[in-house]
Write a protein that binds this ligand. Structure first.
Ligand code: DLL
Length: 438
């Protein structure tokens, strides 16, 4: 089923007309109401009227995360405070969070976009949807919550944590759709097994996973472990939260809500706009946001766009799975590598579990990487030789597939940290002084 047939199957010409009208309106709005943008445009000698076609967007300056931080908390808002009905924030690892605001109309738009996205994943009023994202400043839980209610699903807002209770409620309420990060889904499955419950036997049909990068190998693992269809969905607080893009059951890329967002792919080094099919950084301009309109936001997420028609009937451009963030790329002995590439190698190796951690250190002037990973339960014989052979296998696959020299350490099952939200896969100790341990 398609939630909004008119918008999701719109013809290209009609869509572009709508996008241009909305873009011109957005540029006027930010120029009039957000001093940050007025200054930026003035500095470049640009007026909103200079945007005569969609391509003209490339003449306008980018917005980056630090712009939001420098305008903390509310200076990027385009409406007075009394029009704001909700605040969310994305947790920065250091310093102040990035604050985002919503008018009532923004909240309604958000629910509409999430309704489209959950419908793509086959969720309807027949479903019991358990939201295992943290309720709070994070956009994940509230975003999914309102969209799921809009389609009429029975929403179970369990939030994160208390994992045994999550499993008990899945069983008792006959949950059919689970919503979480892929990492937490893996952890929940493990907990279910410890409780003597086979996740495959639970009534869950579909998982809507997002908020962090995950590979197709992880999809295979999640689908097998839970006996479900695993779908991907993408979003970010600065743009609206979840609902920017989502996968239909064809699982061949995420449909972007192009009537609300104008997307570009750029070369992250030069800022040059790239063509469909080329991999680069996703840049998003909001077209309908009232509280926090945003121009050419550099997401740092690496993906590519495909305009090919999808079998599901939706006409919107799809983005491929995010392969990493430009700021997550590691340079190890001169080789550029993303955590997702390591995840693929690990999960495609028999006997390896999806629980891993990457540790970066410095040896002299050289970077060194250690991959700590738990063997899959069945492969853990405890026999030293077997473990050594498995380590050697992973090491040689990392070296042949990624041309990467890494130390591989198999660790006891259950010993690595488990995450209830986004996983922190990389621990970078390269800035630590010698002799400092943690
Ligand atoms: O994570 C919004 C969200 C919540 C999306 C729930 C989907 C589901 P932030 O906390 O602001 O917002 O983090 C945004 O998370 O720039 C990506 O790097 C990453 N991210 C989000 N979804 C995906 C995904 C939410 N499906 C940042 N695949 C983004 C890969 C994702 N990365």
């Amino acid at each position: 089923m398609i939630w909004n047939v008119e918008r999701e199957t719109i013809g290209r010409g009609q869509l572009e007309e709508l996008q241009l009208a909305r873009l011109q309106q957005t540029l006027k709005n930010v120029y009039q109401n957000v001093p940050f943008y007025r200054e930026q445009f003035d500095q470049q000698g640009l007026k909103p009227e200079d945007c005569k076609s969609l391509k003209d967007i490339s003449r306008f300056p980018f917005t980056v995360k630090t712009d939001l931080r420098e305008n903390y908390p509310f200076n990027m808002f385009a409406v007075p405070k009394n029009k704001i009905v909700r605040i969310h924030a994305s947790s920065g690892t250091t310093g102040k969070p990035t604050v985002v605001g919503y008018t009532q109309k923004d909240i309604n738009t958000w629910a509409e976009l999430v309704a489209r996205m959950v419908t793509m994943a086959g969720v309807s009023d027949e479903d019991v949807a358990q939201v295992c994202f943290g309720y709070g400043l994070f956009t994940g839980a509230f975003g999914l919550h309102y969209g799921l209610e809009k389609v009429g699903a029975m929403v179970v807002p369990t939030s994160t944590g208390n994992t045994e209770r999550q499993i008990m409620l899945m069983q008792d309420f006959e949950t059919t759709a689970v919503i979480s990060t892929p990492t937490y889904a893996m952890h929940m499955a493990e907990t279910a097994k410890k409780m003597g419950i086979d996740p495959v036997k639970l009534p869950i049909k579909v998982g809507l996973f997002g908020s962090e990068a995950w590979t197709d190998s992880m999809r295979v693992e999640l689908e097998k472990t839970w006996g479900i269809k695993a779908t991907d969905n993408y979003g970010l607080s600065e743009i609206i939260g979840p609902g920017v893009a989502g996968e239909c059951l064809e699982t061949c890329g995420m449909h972007i809500a192009e009537d609300h967002f104008l997307v570009e792919i750029i070369d992250p080094e030069t800022g040059e706009v790239l063509d469909y099919g080329e991999e680069g950084e996703l840049v998003i301009t909001s077209l309908t946001k009232e509280a926090l309109p945003i121009i050419r936001y550099r997401t740092r997420d690496i993906t590519r766009l495909s305009p090919e028609p999808c079998k599901c009937g939706r006409s919107t451009v799809r983005m491929s799975k995010v392969s990493g963030r430009t700021d997550d790329m590691m340079i190890i002995s001169g080789v550029n590598v993303f955590p997702s590439q390591i995840e693929s190698v690990l999960l495609e190796t028999d006997g390896i579990s999806p629980h891993y951690q990457i540790i970066l250190t410095k040896r002299g002037y050289l970077d060194a990487m250690e991959v700590q990973v738990e063997p899959a339960g069945s492969a853990f014989t405890g026999n030293f030789r077997d473990l050594e052979a498995l380590e050697a296998k992973v090491r040689s696959r990392l070296s042949s597939v990624l041309s990467l020299k890494a130390k591989v350490k198999l660790v006891e099952p259950g010993s690595l940290q488990r995450y209830e939200g986004k996983a922190k896969r990389v621990i970078d100790k390269r800035d630590q002084k010698p002799g400092v341990s943690s």
